[in-house]
Design a protein around this ligand. Structure first.
Ligand SMILES: Nc1ncnc2c1ncn2[C@@H]1O[C@H](COP(=O)(O)OP(=O)(O)O)[C@@H](O)[C@H]1O
Ligand SMILES: CC(=O)N[C@@H](CCC(=O)OP(=O)(O)O)C(=O)O
Length: 298
């Protein structure tokens, strides 16, 4: 069907709107945490892969960090193990660690690599073990003390790690070629111990180390919402702190927002919490004036 003059004008406007963003982000690194619905729905998966390939083709350096919590949960269930989370972190015993590594470093990582390749990108799958990318140490969780003068209790959640350092050289090498790094959030300790790390943490730390222009965290909600459930499109560090203090931001959004804050306080220009349920959410965020979701900047 031929385009009407109106729809042709609309398309042309949208395409030209992308031009300043293409110019501004030339050669810049954009770290994207990919997870949730966007990783299971076929249409959303295709849209994500095409967005990442387009970013690379116009000269940006997208770096994908992926999650896979639900996929890990499914495999654990098959072998008769229940998932348990404390403060948003999966309790990870030896056997669970093997499943996590198999699912994140194997199945999920290679599925995303394949998806991007099918859409014309040259994706390379890595875990934090490759090229010494992610050094980790055991995460120590503290339970809040019941009485003010008692020392807080330490909770052992097994092989869960926090990032101690990142060696960005391998990712930088891939970026200067025409490759797209796809990273599984697994780290390795001084002693060679494998650690399970929350994907939002890895994305945030990687964005800082790579001096990224943007950190984008895809999630299953429209962004950060206020007390009435209305989307907050832009937030400063102070506003975020106030929303945490009054309990508006809680649960799974809390660590996400904290890693986003950490990133923008440490040199990343902007962090975005965006809705992975929207087709082409990444494209809309990077290339349009309106953007989508919540923008956090210093
Ligand atoms: N102020 C808020 N705005 C949006 N979501 C919030 C807020 N406070 C808590 N949440 C919760 O945080 C969830 C997102 O965290 P989570 O489910 O851990 O994300 P993901 O699985 O994408 O990592 C939302 O679905 C919502 O239930
Ligand atoms: C320590 C910890 O909780 N690790 C996560 C790693 C995967 C992840 O973060 O996946 P999502 O982003 O899909 O939740 C886990 O085992 O589920």
């Amino acid at each position: 069907m031929p385009l009407t003059p109106q729809s042709a004008a609309d398309r042309a406007r949208i395409l030209t709107e992308a031009l300043p963003y293409i110019q501004r982000f030339q050669g810049k690194t954009i770290v994207i945490k990919y997870g949730g619905n966007a990783m299971v729905d076929d249409n959303l998966k295709r849209g994500f892969a095409r967005d990442v390939v387009l970013m690379k083709l116009v000269g940006m350096n997208p770096v994908v960090v992926h999650g896979g919590g639900p996929q890990i949960g499914k495999l654990l269930e098959k072998i008769g193990k229940k998932s348990e989370f404390i403060q948003g972190m999966r309790v990870t015993d030896r056997e669970t660690m093997d499943v996590v590594e198999m699912v994140l470093g194997g199945l999920v990582n290679k599925e995303i690599v394949n998806l991007i390749s099918q859409h014309g990108g040259k994706a390379v799958g890595l875990s934090g073990k490759d090229g010494g990318l992610i050094r980790a140490k055991k995460m120590v969780l503290q339970k809040a003390p019941d009485k003010a003068n008692l020392p807080s209790e330490i909770i052992d959640i097994g092989h869960v790690g926090e990032v101690s350092s990142i060696d960005p050289r391998l990712v930088a090498l891939l970026d200067t070629g025409d490759f797209i790094p796809v990273i599984a959030p697994i780290g390795v300790g001084e002693d060679g111990q494998t650690y399970n790390i929350n994907a939002d943490v890895v994305a945030g730390k990687l964005a800082i180390t790579l001096k990224a222009e943007k950190l984008m965290l895809l999630t299953n909600t429209t962004g950060v919402l206020d007390k009435e459930g209305k989307l907050l499109t832009g937030l400063s560090i102070t506003q975020v702190r106030d929303l945490i203090a009054d309990g508006t931001i809680h649960g799974g959004m809390l660590p996400k927002v904290n890693y986003a804050l950490d990133a923008v306080s440490s040199g990343v220009k902007t962090a975005h919490i965006i809705d992975g349920r929207v087709e082409h959410a990444v494209l809309l965020e990077v290339f349009t004036n309106e953007g989508v979701g919540t923008l956090i900047k210093s």
